[in-house]
Design a protein around this ligand. Sequence first.
Ligand code: UN1
Length: 518
Amino acid sequence: DTQLTKTWSATPIINGQVVSEFTVEGVSNTLDNHKIRAPWNHDVIAGDVRYANANIAKQAIDAAVAGQKIWQLVSASQRATILRKIADLYEKNYAELMALCQVEAGKTIQDSIDEIKEAVDFCRFYADEAERLNEVVHEITDLSGKPLRQVYKARGTFVCISPWNFPLAIYTGQIVAALAAGNTVVAKPAEQTSLIAHFGAQLMYQAGVPSEALQFVTGAGDVGGALTTANNIAGVIFTGSTQTAQRINQSLNSHVQLSGELPVFIAETGGQNAMIVDSTALPEQVVRDAVLSAFGSAGQRCSACRVLCVQEEVADGLIELLQGTMAELIVGNPAQVTTDVGPVIDKDAKKGLEAHIERMIAEPTANILAQATMSASSLVSQEQSTFVLPTAIEVKSIDVIGGEHFGPILHVLRYQARDLDKLIDAINATGFGLTLGIHSRIENIVEHIERRALVGNTYINRNQIGAIVNVQPFGGCGLSGTGPKAGGPHYVARLMQLTTEPLVSADSVSFSIQADIA
Ligand code: UN1
């Protein structure tokens, strides 16, 4: 609790120097200061953030590009050692990271534990990847019989733009993957969660990441825009909205590099994720998994279940169980151990979600099935906080939902067994392709759905959130993202390039130099 009342601060960090001012035409200005308030109680101030601007963003990129000279001298095994040290330091600073997850991001205690665990897992897994990819990939001889090899090399500077919903895990995962590959990084975390990111960056420097290899930039979309339009970057790793990803993609497509290659783009974006439940599913299990997938983390996961599709024969019974379970959800202060659902991130998020619920109430084909209530003992003032009550809404089609609503809202759709293919087509037609839950005890049905559904991650007879690093590599297709899956075996490799080079012995080098001199 003492940690919860502490205040933190965040500023841009360029080459190890804190930046709090900038100069325009010889005049020095102080960077704008923004207060971060706890989403569950706006009277609690988590800290202050100084926002960078386009000029500082450019300095950060140039510093990271120049920093490549330093980072490329660090061997793969040294890089791995540094990443493992970051993991150790995260574990050592557990109390502070837990407090930041709660006061800044509004995460429940369980979500905060999972958050730190995932960040640590990313560090250790990508450290292993740095070592694995350092092996010679392919050895062969050229036409004159001289040995050649293919090896992985760094690409350059990566811009890492991370979201507020996984303010430590995804933020750290992006950075350490790029560093593992031997690239330098400019990191820009979501403005809502700059404090934990700034603290994470400090721990990375403490672990031995050279200040030239990691530049830290605060701020909002204008700063992100300045970073991603820089023409001397090797690529962008992004998690956030589909619209922002599309903008970044367009701008990257216009800076073709000298080689003709486009910068690398990895994006994890939104979802309109369904759970398909047939009449052979176990109802209690379905409801437990759907409630966790839809309302866990206040529904603020791109993997969250947004549409529960239930076969007509079992729909009434399932809805009744769902209503009973939702009545027992504890919505309130995330710092209390019994809380199931905390607040959403900010006022804009709350406004958008409540507007969607209002729209659904007015929609003649939709029907509110259940809404959870605020826990009486949660000690929060509703006006001074950003809670959205978990809500279940029955809809007649997926179309009526109108895109992704990033919060604790679950849509319920009945389907007839004979229309299963139409249902899968409708799910595919959203254009999103992130997670899919299937609850069925019939193997043929499960396989049939798996074959037809266009999604990145399928989960069978369980919840559909909480992918585990190096167990369930995570990422989507279509409007849900592009590139290799995070926490999987292709991610760090994508941030590197394969080069073919002769295996020259020292002798033959000196011979050819002498021949040149002669
Ligand atoms: C996101 O919400 O931005 O599997 C993606 C999960 C998480 C989702 C991360 N890895 O629930």
